[in-house]
Design a protein around this ligand. Structure first.
Ligand code: G6P
Ligand code: ZN
Length: 543
């Protein structure tokens, strides 16, 4: 075994996006591509000697190859120890949990989240810091700058280690410990939720379907829901992680999780349905013939948080990303706790959680989580709902309808225009920004604009400013239209249009969502000229 210094030249575009560096697998397969990025991470970290690193991924194609490369490079940078999930598998929330529990310097997550996998799919790499959360922009930008000037990297020439066998081995003087992918995470869940109450729920005949989407959360859900909570075998479907996710798109929304939606729409549907995404940080919650929007899920959990042992002391605050509906703000107001509005991207919650200002966080993009770790957490949300269902004895639909009756309903939908030509998408946003100043006070038919701006966020903890985080048009009654370009796509640009209408009157709480939002949908088209710029008459995906 020896450590070699390898000459390299920089690759353009190794700038991490909303959630790490994501590219096609073929891009990552180029010689030196992954190595350049990993070297830049280690250069940014400085002295790694004596430190512990956590490594794991969602099991997608290229995961094992990348893990072996990272291990060899970590050994060449003086790490004392690397904790790696068995088979190279760790969900994103599990990485966050393991970093915190073992006081690691940080962790590397190999995932492109919900993006398709397989040889023609996407791959991704993300660095998480010592608090268990995604690196802040200052760190990702520093990594990016290193990638621009990189000339060499260091790597051991050691052979591959056996990732399937639990236990410790060595590369150079570094210890590599292959850990059970589920154990640490499951222990944390046992502390947060009332497992006894959920066990009784299942013992009483309660039925559930959890769709692992052939991605990383299958093994976690099997071990916890079927194993520890006693749900019948077969409760978790598509449980085995596959390198190409079985050819499906591992994104739990009503479009991609069609099989689960069908199961939950049947006459003999289970009481509760849920799914998680490629790397296990997203969640979708369903009742029998009933979908719960992520924004409503956050609000309902917040309103009932004290049913769970981990949250019995109450919440310190609730944070949501700006495009997420304002339903949670109403709960925060009722609870007399602060509500925070951050830019899209889980990393923006990190400082609020570290400072003890927020306990629950959520995003419209099927992300919910809390201060137990520093990532959003799919299975955590599912267990929280199970705890709530067990404690209340009510159905999902009943809980949500009662929530609306108490707080009013924030009708909500997101319209995505995927793979739009980047130039056209940028021009659409630029022309919207020019219009902003003229919109306030305008009567748009059904709605009068209260204000329109480009969301800017000043982090209350470190004072950092993030500009141009989405154009919002806010109506006098609190209804909103938000426009922004996705930071996670890999093909052209994705325009996201977020539509939200507040309805206080329970008489109008059960309209079809798109119908309830139709006037806002029309205004969005008129104001932004979506069809003109994109050439698309309809969104690609509506959730
Ligand atoms: C990832 C991030 C989330 C973000 C979502 C959508 O899942 O972790 O924080 O909300 O992507 O981001 P996008 O930029 O595509 O709207
Ligand atoms: Zn994800």
């Amino acid at each position: 075994m020896s450590i070699n210094t390898v000459s390299t030249t920089s690759f353009p575009g190794q700038r991490p996006g909303t959630s790490g560096l994501r590219k096609k697998v073929s891009v990552f397969q180029q010689a030196h591509y992954l190595e350049n990025f990993v070297q830049s991470v280690f250069d940014t970290l400085g002295d790694c000697s004596g430190k512990t690193l956590v490594v794991g991924g969602d099991g997608r194609y290229h995961n094992r190859v990348a893990v072996q490369t990272i291990l060899r490079m970590a050994a060449a940078h003086g790490f004392a120890k690397v904790l790696v999930g068995q088979g190279g598998i760790l969900s994103t929330p599990a990485v966050s949990c393991v970093i915190r529990k073992h006081a690691a310097l940080g962790g590397i997550v190999l995932s492109a989240s919900h993006n398709p996998g397989g040889p023609d799919g996407d791959f991704g790499i993300k660095y998480n810091i010592a608090n268990g959360g995604p690196a802040p922009e200052s760190v990702t930008e520093a990594i990016y700058h290193h990638t621009e000037t990189i000339k060499q990297y260091r790597i051991s020439d050691a052979a591959d280690i056996d990732l399937n066998r639990l236990g410790a081995t060595r590369i150079e003087s570094m210890e590599v410990e292959v850990i059970d992918s589920v154990d640490d995470y499951a222990q944390l869940m046992q502390q947060l939720f009332d497992f006894d109450a959920i066990r009784k729920l299942f013992a009483g005949g309660f039925r559930m379907c959890f769709d692992g989407m052939h991605a990383v959360s299958g093994p976690y859900a099997k071990a916890i829901i079927e194993g520890q909570l006693g749900a019948p075998a077969g409760t978790v479907i598509n449980a085995e992680p596959l390198e190409d996710f079985g050819g499906h798109h591992p994104d739990p929304n009503p479009v991609n999780a069609a099989q689960l939606i069908e199961i939950m729409a049947a006459d003999n549907a289970p009481d509760f349905g849920a799914a998680s995404d490629g790397d296990g940080d997203r969640n979708m919650i369903l009742g029998r013939k009933f979908d719960v929007t992520p924004s409503d899920s956050l609000a309902v959990l917040a309103a009932h948080a004290t049913v769970a042992p981990g949250y019995r002391a109450g919440l310190k605050g609730i944070a949501r990303s700006m495009p997420t509906s304002q339903a949670a703000d109403r709960v925060a107001e009722a609870l007399g706790i602060p509500a925070f509005e951050t830019p899209t991207g889980w990393k923006f919650f990190g400082n609020l959680l570290d400072a003890g200002k927020a306990t629950l966080c959520g995003e419209e993009s099927y992300g919910t989580g809390s201060d137990h770790i520093r990532e959003k957490d799919g299975l955590w949300a599912v267990l929280f709902w199970l705890n709530l269902l067990a404690a209340s004895g009510k159905s999902v639909e009943q809980l949500v309808s009662e929530h609306w009756a108490r707080f009013g309903r924030n009708y909500y939908s997101r319209h995505d225009y995927e793979a739009v030509e980047t130039k056209a998408a940028n021009e659409l946003m630029a022309s919207l920004r020019i219009k902003l100043a003229t919109l306030a006070g305008q009567d748009l038919g059904h709605y009068v604009v209260s204000f329109a701006d480009d969301f800017e966020y000043t982090d209350p903890i470190d004072g950092s400013v993030s500009k141009q985080q989405g154009v919002r048009i806010v109506m006098t009654n609190g209804s909103r239209i938000v426009f922004r370009l996705s930071g996670t796509g890999t093909e052209g640009a994705t325009l996201r249009v977020y539509l939200e209408r507040y309805e206080a009157d329970p008489k109008y709480h059960h309209l079809p969502t798109q119908q309830a939002l139709s006037a806002l949908i029309l205004i969005a088209e008129q104001v932004a000229g979506i069809a003109d710029w994109t050439g698309r008459a309809h969104p690609t995906v509506t959730t």
